[in-house]
Design a protein around this ligand. Structure first.
Ligand SMILES: [Mg+2]
Length: 266
């Protein structure tokens, strides 16, 4: 595993690392600018499968963060990448929004309600009983069951909302079938991200705010792992796990090269 000074490529989680409730976190804009200026390969990762990279790029820009759409890797893109490798030119019935439907279209998939190869569940705010019923019957009929991400809830200003994992659980209960889940903590999400930017695990780091997704998947993918404390983790949370990240930082501002120089001089 690489030391920090051997890192050439960076993967970073988005929520709790770069932004929190649409507010840029300290140092995030500067770190992204530094990577861009130095031509450092990087990708911003999110398990959120609602939005397309273009939508997310616009949302980040409104928070003051400049991330081009080709620097964003979502669980929807990773899912489409995985499905294309499994069955090029296949068909799918999708419960989800533009993030997953656009990714599947661009990966050469056809959407159908008739005898699809796959049933794909992504995140949406418009669940329909009819669509869930259809998904259940198609899975019982032999379609392969895929979910973009395992998150049971997602954050909102008013409190948690049911997310992909909760709806997938409903379908699992009705069918007895578990989905294959592509997003974090499946390290496949990191491997497909590294493929996209030509990165190798020996000199790639992963920055995240969650021990149970970002850090465990980073360790399993063989990456240098950095936990930042700007998201959900605190010392008690870290202590619950039998593994540790390579580094624990207060926030991404500690990764700026100016901070590195200062700490080297001490
Ligand atoms: Mg996060």
């Amino acid at each position: 595993m690489a030391r920090r000074d051997e890192i050439e490529c960076w993967l970073t989680d988005m929520d709790g690392v770069l932004v929190h409730e649409n507010q840029a976190l300290p140092g995030a804009a500067e770190l992204l600018q530094e990577w861009t200026d130095t031509g450092t390969p990087f990708l911003v990762l999110t398990n959120n499968s609602i939005y397309t990279p273009r939508d997310l790029s616009a949302r980040l820009r409104s928070s003051g963060l400049n991330v081009p759409e080709d620097r964003i890797w979502t669980s929807a893109l990773a899912t489409a990448d995985f499905m294309q490798a499994q069955l090029p030119g296949g068909t799918a019935f999708v419960i989800g929004e533009m993030g997953i439907t656009t990714a599947l279209h661009e990966a050469g998939f056809t959407m159908t309600e008739t005898n699809p190869d796959f049933v794909v569940v992504g995140e949406t705010r418009n669940y329909s009983f009819e669509a869930i019923t259809k998904a259940i019957r198609l899975i019982l009929g032999g379609a392969r069951f895929i979910a973009t991400n395992p998150d049971a809830t997602g954050p909102s200003a008013d409190g948690p909302m049911p997310a992909t994992g909760a709806i997938a659980a409903l379908i699992t209960k009705a069918t007895g079938m578990e989905p294959y889940i592509v997003g974090k903590p499946n390290p496949m999400m990191f491997r497909s991200a590294m493929n996209k930017i030509g990165a190798h695990s020996e000199n790639t780091a992963m920055i995240g705010d969650r021990m149970d997704t970002d850090i465990v998947a980073g360790i399993e993918a063989g990456l240098h792992t950095i936990l930042v404390m700007t998201g959900i983790s605190d010392d008690a949370e870290i202590a619950r796990y039998p593994f540790r990240p390579d580094e624990i930082l207060a926030g991404v501002h500690e990764l700026l090269s100016t901070d590195l120089i200062e700490s080297d001089e001490i």
